[in-house]
Design a protein around this ligand. Structure first.
Ligand SMILES: Cc1cc2nc3c(=O)[nH]c(=O)nc-3n(C[C@H](O)[C@H](O)[C@H](O)COP(=O)(O)OP(=O)(O)OC[C@H]3O[C@@H](n4cnc5c(N)ncnc54)[C@H](O)[C@@H]3O)c2cc1C
Length: 399
């Protein structure tokens, strides 16, 4: 991959900026993101605007309904969206399920799901983890038993992010208990409105509702909703998890934090001077900026390795996940510190009983304490740092 400045890329950047200036609605720009993904109405509205421009899937190939952009174009697009304060897209659909559909789904399955993903009409959640089956995902016990042209699904998933506002779930189930555990897993797509599905909220340390327990009680799923062959779920999962590790560094979030840190550095005051005049703060900010640049370079490198089907891409994705998520934690901690006395203020969503209203604070500070708390989980979700370090160590051992 060529990392030299590219004038074609400057033209592309201008095109994206012009699009954002013209089409990003003012009332959507710069809203607090709510940790991982924007609120459903904002996300859907923005997705439709992107799709109308032909940019509904910035990371997919043109033949699959995507933009066909190069890695560098995608990074420019992400950068400009963050700078303009655009809402997020549905990462589960765009980065995890989408590539799976493009690689493994039948033409009928693609025809059913892809247009709805592109238009934001079908939001997705991920039903992998279970109590006792997180890092050791292959030990999952949610059972799918064949009954004619349906599976009957029974079991429980946990930590199902956004299950409460998703339309469909991509689900790992055990279809065979007699074979090696990896060989007995299948990959199903399930409509969340199917009778027998119950979603219960889990409030996390940031006092928000992203997470859920999801129960399946005799849920009937058409066999036609299985991706790939019965028992092929583990191969599909390995493909999906590789994408998850690489995207979990979440460069757009790191860039958003940098913008917030720079704003606070200029606007927060220590006595008469701005915060940036404090040598210790300035040094910490400069170090973090350098680290974000390093992660951005690694993102390009990993993407280039994936494009070339390099065998080291998997371990590099794990390195990126560890570096990116640890950086997310340090940056969100500095944001809280930069807010001084206000740093302790959290912005819980109203609880179901209506208690805990938002507290007033300048916009840049909104939600920062929640964000800092939420990021404690970034070294857990998408595969814990310990598990990633195991992958890296095994890769180094092989070299
Ligand atoms: C905020 C959040 C959002 C999430 N969203 C989703 C979602 O949408 N869908 C979904 O399916 N899942 C989701 N998860 C689940 C997530 O993938 C799991 O929590 C994660 O894989 C860890 O599994 P576990 O919680 O069962 O911990 P365990 O696997 O029980 O791990 C416990 C501890 O043991 C360590 N450990 C385990 N195995 C090893 C090993 N081999 N080597 C070294 N150390 C080890 C771990 O690092 C950890 O410290 C989410 C989790 C969080 C926190």
């Amino acid at each position: 991959m060529d990392f030299q400045p590219d004038t074609g890329l400057d033209t592309f950047r201008e095109e994206v900026r012009a699009f954002l200036r013209e089409h990003l609605p003012r009332d959507l720009a710069g809203k607090p993101v709510g940790s991982v993904r924007s609120m459903r109405p904002d996300l859907v509205r923005w997705q439709k605007i992107l799709n109308a421009r032909g940019w509904g899937a910035p990371h997919w190939a043109q033949k699959d309904g995507g933009t066909g952009w190069t890695v560098l174009q995608r990074l420019v697009f992400d950068e400009e969206c963050v700078a303009a304060g655009a809402p997020t897209q549905d990462g589960f659909a765009q980065k995890l399920l989408g590539p799976v559909l493009n690689e493994f789904a039948s033409p009928e399955q693609k025809a059913e799901h892809v247009p709805l993903i592109l238009d934001g009409e079908r939001l997705w959640c991920q039903g992998f983890s279970e109590p006792g089956s997180g890092s050791d995902l292959a030990s999952l016990r949610t059972r799918a038993v064949r009954d004619g042209d349906h599976y009957v699904v029974n079991g429980q998933k946990i930590w199902t992010s956004y299950a409460h506002e998703s339309d469909w779930i991509f689900l790992l189930v055990r279809t065979d208990t007699e074979v090696k555990k990896q060989a007995g897993i299948s990959f199903l797509l399930v409509d969340m409105k199917t009778p027998g599905i119950t979603v219960r909220p889990i409030r996390s340390i940031d006092d928000c509702h992203h997470l859920n327990e999801t129960f399946f009680d005799n849920v009937r799923v058409p066999v036609a909703n299985r991706i790939g062959a019965e028992g092929d779920g583990w191969n599909i999962t390995k493909f999906l998890l590789n994408n998850e590790h690489a995207s979990a560094a979440d460069l757009p979030i790191l860039r958003r934090y940098l913008i917030q840190l720079r704003t606070l550095a200029a606007t927060q005051r220590v006595g008469a001077a701005p915060l940036i005049a404090q040598p210790e703060f300035a040094l910490r900010l400069a170090r973090l900026e350098a680290e974000v640049t390093a992660v951005a370079t690694m993102v390009k490198r990993v993407a280039a390795m994936e494009q070339d089907h390099s065998p080291a891409a998997h371990a590099m994705g794990s390195i990126l996940k560890v570096r990116g998520t640890e950086l997310q934690q340090r940056m969100s901690e500095l944001l809280v510190e930069a807010l001084g006395d206000y740093g302790a203020l959290a912005y819980p969503e109203p609880h179901d009983d209506g208690t805990a209203a938002a507290m007033p604070l300048q916009d840049v500070g909104r939600g920062i304490a929640n964000e800092m708390f939420f990021r404690r989980a970034s070294t857990i979700y998408g595969g814990t740092s310990e598990v990633q370090r195991g992958i890296i160590a095994r890769m180094l051992f092989q070299l």
